[in-house]
Design a protein around this ligand. Structure first.
Ligand SMILES: C[S@@+](CC[C@H](N)C(=O)[O-])C[C@H]1O[C@@H](n2cnc3c(N)ncnc32)[C@H](O)[C@@H]1O
Length: 333
């Protein structure tokens, strides 16, 4: 039983919830900063020509230096593979249902997929992004800031004028960006309600490097919540994989030094673990691929050949090792 439910006094319950949240604030702050890392690494790879994204410069810090270790070609290739694989799953889903589809991106950070889809003419019914309020409020500021010469106007992709509430939520036609902690079911429910999602429509959820920051219990509850509410959900999940070896220990140690804990790592141990949690939540089919499989067969091999030419990487061992430690899961109801 949830301890809050033991108290009949809602004020006490609210105070307990607030204290519990503030205890984890520093942890959450470090997790939110992982979005800055992802944005800067993607921005760096895009500038190198790994893929095209006219929108990310609105969110990236163009004067910040990317640490040397993050400029390795293997890192840029890893970011390319992850971005391309998520996009491919989403585009295939949109095509399958002729655009009568909702997309919900959990832990969206400064991701630009909405703008990439719309600018390419893709049809979709609704696109909802969710992250901590502190992240969504920054994203809103970037979206609304004045357009300088040579940069794109992100608002031009909206169907109607943007309405902002509480600094953290933005609603503009079929695009919605809302602040919520994914571990707080009620808060998430309330925020999703403001986006007027249609629970009957096919809906694809994205969690790109997000669930691993939540405990196994929290991410399982989230998945169950989705299956209970939505009639035809699909889920694309990208995160760590094969986590019981030395590679992951070193990564955990490095992140730990920056105050980042991977509370959900136990779910990333194997394909069986991933499959188990999606099936337990009620998803009927689950496909798990490590990123080597994604790189070598799922993604367009002409693109892969082009990517390999960019920095003329001939030694593939490090890349293979890196890709072996991440996976993509595609689950359907
Ligand atoms: C590594 S970043 C990835 C951002 C984006 N998905 C991407 O791939 O570029 C992880 C994101 O998940 C968000 N996140 C992690 N736990 C969360 C939670 N409990 N509630 C809301 N957002 C969360 C963080 O704030 C951060 O923006």
């Amino acid at each position: 039983m949830d301890p809050e439910a033991l108290s009949s006094d809602s004020h006490v319950a609210a105070a307990i919830a607030t204290r519990r949240r503030s205890n984890s604030v520093s942890d959450d702050y470090s997790v939110q900063r992982t979005n800055d890392d992802a944005t800067q690494c993607k921005y760096f790879a895009i500038q190198k020509g790994y893929w095209k994204d006219d929108f990310i410069s609105r969110f990236a810090n163009s004067s910040a230096n990317v640490a040397e270790a993050r400029r390795f070609p293997e890192i840029s290739m890893g970011y390319w593979a992850r971005t391309a694989a998520v996009e491919k799953y989403v585009r295939e889903f949109l095509t399958e249902f002729d655009g009568k589809v909702q997309v919900v991106s959990f832990g969206c950070g400064f991701d630009t997929l909405f703008w990439r889809l719309v600018s390419s003419g893709a049809k979709l019914s609704k696109y909802v992004e969710v992250d901590f309020s502190s992240v969504t409020s920054k994203k809103i500021r970037h979206i609304l800031k004045p357009v300088g010469s040579g940069s794109v106007d992100l608002k031009a992709s909206f169907e109607s004028e943007a309405a902002v509430s509480h600094h953290s939520d933005l609603h503009a036609g079929n695009y919605h960006l809302v602040g919520a902690d994914l571990r707080q079911a009620n808060e998430l429910d309330q925020k999703l309600a403001t986006c007027q999602l249609d629970y009957e429509l096919p809906t694809i959820f994205i969690a790109e490097c997000v669930l691993v920051y939540m405990s196994a219990d929290a991410s399982s509850s989230l998945l169950k919540q989705i299956v209970t509410q939505f009639r035809k959900p699909a889920f694309v999940n990208y995160e760590q994989f094969r986590t019981s070896d030395a590679f992951t220990k070193v990564m955990e140690q490095n992140l730990g030094e920056r105050g980042i804990q991977l509370h959900g790592l136990e779910m990333c141990e194997s394909a069986e673990k991933q499959e188990e949690r999606f099936r337990d939540a009620g998803f009927k089919s689950v496909k798990v691929m490590d990123m080597n499989q994604v790189f070598n067969s799922f993604l367009d091999q002409d693109d892969v050949a082009r990517i390999r030419q960019i920095e003329m990487l001939d030694e593939m061992e490090l890349l293979q090792q890196l890709l072996a430690h991440y996976c993509i899961v595609f689950a359907r109801f």
